[in-house]
Design a protein around this ligand. Structure first.
Ligand code: GLT
Ligand code: MN
Ligand code: MN
Length: 387
């Protein structure tokens, strides 16, 4: 029986902004004191995490001098080295500064777009210095409340130009980043551009270097849109574009809750973990979530431990699922092959003729019960611990 205690081999990561979240919301002030980055590194390492991710300003405050920046980075790198944590992913804060109130790469103001590139290049330098290989681009302010400005098509063009520019910068600098676009349907803007995983995948195909771009899907964000996270992740995997993943949880139709992984939709979390494990996803599993605003620091560490523990429990459940003879028999019965018909579904002129000439027993096809009720109940019983 496993103890569900994570180790760095499990590749669990947290953002400085996640365990460092102070509980501020649009209606209320912080409920917890800010914790320093080196302390967060020490505590995460103690819990068995693999790494820590950051926005530029999670570590270096906006407006810091070059000397201040270097001192902060030196202390942070020392903490990483002391505690054996890595920084696999970095990103840019393009949402807090009022300069970005109407977008960063998609602002209608060319000066803001230029500033967004400037800030992102500096943040890419920082990420590269810390060893990050993945660069996340969450366009939280890339959207609108009103469309009276008429920039929809221009905004997509500006976004594309910026991503092409940053990819070139990465290559010229020798950083070798893999960029991961993170979709979100709304909040903080009413309508955010590239709102879903499918939208981002479609957009990537229009870039100069689509090979350098993938997605960073987030459980909460697809759920906010009323979509299935396992379905979105499956499409990203199918496209070879699952460059990173943000795990958390969410009630549909709410504000972006960023709940502890598995806290709200454990069944969907199970199918997600099973998908990642079955397909051999080897990247970091990043918990982009935070403790409830009600919590003190002890609650923050209970939250972080809970995210990892739930993943490990669900991973063990996925193993049991694969070894459960009744479940596997039900899956085999569900998936029907036909030795005469299946070959005809590979195209050739002869197969097409033969398939067109075939007579189907439509009534039999429609009458068959696939056994999904029984299979799903077996799954539930396994998850509820009675199998
Ligand atoms: C912000 C957002 C997250 C993104 C982060 C990366 S910032 O917390 O809600 O979903 O992943 O920029
Ligand atoms: Mn979120
Ligand atoms: Mn996220």
């Amino acid at each position: 029986m496993t103890s569900y205690v994570p180790t760095p081999a499990d590749k669990f990561t947290f953002g400085l902004w996640t365990v460092g979240n102070v509980g501020r919301d649009p209606f209320g002030e912080a409920t917890r004191p800010a914790l320093r980055a080196p302390y967060l590194v020490q505590r995460l390492a103690g819990l068995g995490a693999y790494g820590v991710n950051l926005h530029d300003n999670d570590l270096v405050p906006a407006g810091a001098s070059a000397a201040q920046r270097d001192a902060i980075v030196r202390e942070f790198r020392q903490a990483l080295a002391d505690h054996g944590l890595v920084v696999p992913m970095a990103t840019t804060n393009l949402f807090t500064d009022p300069a970005f109130k109407d977008g960063a790469f998609t602002s209608a103001d060319a000066r803001v777009r230029a500033y967004a590139l400037h800030k992102t290049m500096h943040a890419m330098d920082l990420g590269a210095e810390l060893g990050a290989g993945t660069y996340v681009l969450w366009g939280g302010r890339e959207g609108t409340e009103v469309d009276a400005g008429g920039k929809l098509l221009d905004a997509l063009g500006w976004f594309r130009d910026s991503l092409n520019y940053l990819a070139e910068y990465s290559e010229v600098q020798g950083y070798g980043y893999r960029f991961a676009l993170e979709p979100k349907p709304n909040e903080p803007r009413a309508d955010i551009f590239l709102p879903t995983v499918g939208s981002a995948l479609g957009f990537i195909a229009t870039l100069d270097r689509p090979d350098l771009f993938g997605v960073n899907p987030e459980f909460a964000h697809e759920t906010m849109a009323g979509l299935s996270f396992p379905h979105a992740v499956a499409q990203a995997i199918d496209a070879g574009k699952l460059f990173h993943i943000d795990l958390n949880d969410q009630k549909m139709g709410r504000f972006d809750q960023d709940l502890r992984f598995g806290a709200e939709n454990p069944k969907a979390a199970f199918f997600l973990v099973k998908l990642l494990e079955d397909t051999g996803y080897a990247g970091p599993k990043h918990f982009d979530a935070h403790a409830l605003r009600t919590e003190d620091e002890a609650g923050v560490w209970a939250f972080a431990r809970g995210c990892m523990r739930t993943y490990l429990i669900l991973r063990e459940k996925a193993r049991q699922f694969a070894q459960d003879p009744e479940i596997q028999a039900a899956i085999s019965a569900y998936r029907v092959e036909d030795p005469a018909l299946t070959p005809l579904t590979t195209f050739s002129a002869a197969n097409a003729q033969a398939l067109k000439a075939h007579t189907f027993d439509r009534a039999a096809l429609g009458a068959r019960g696939p056994g999904l009720e029984a299979l799903d109940q077996l799954t539930m019983e396994l998850l509820l611990g009675v199998r």
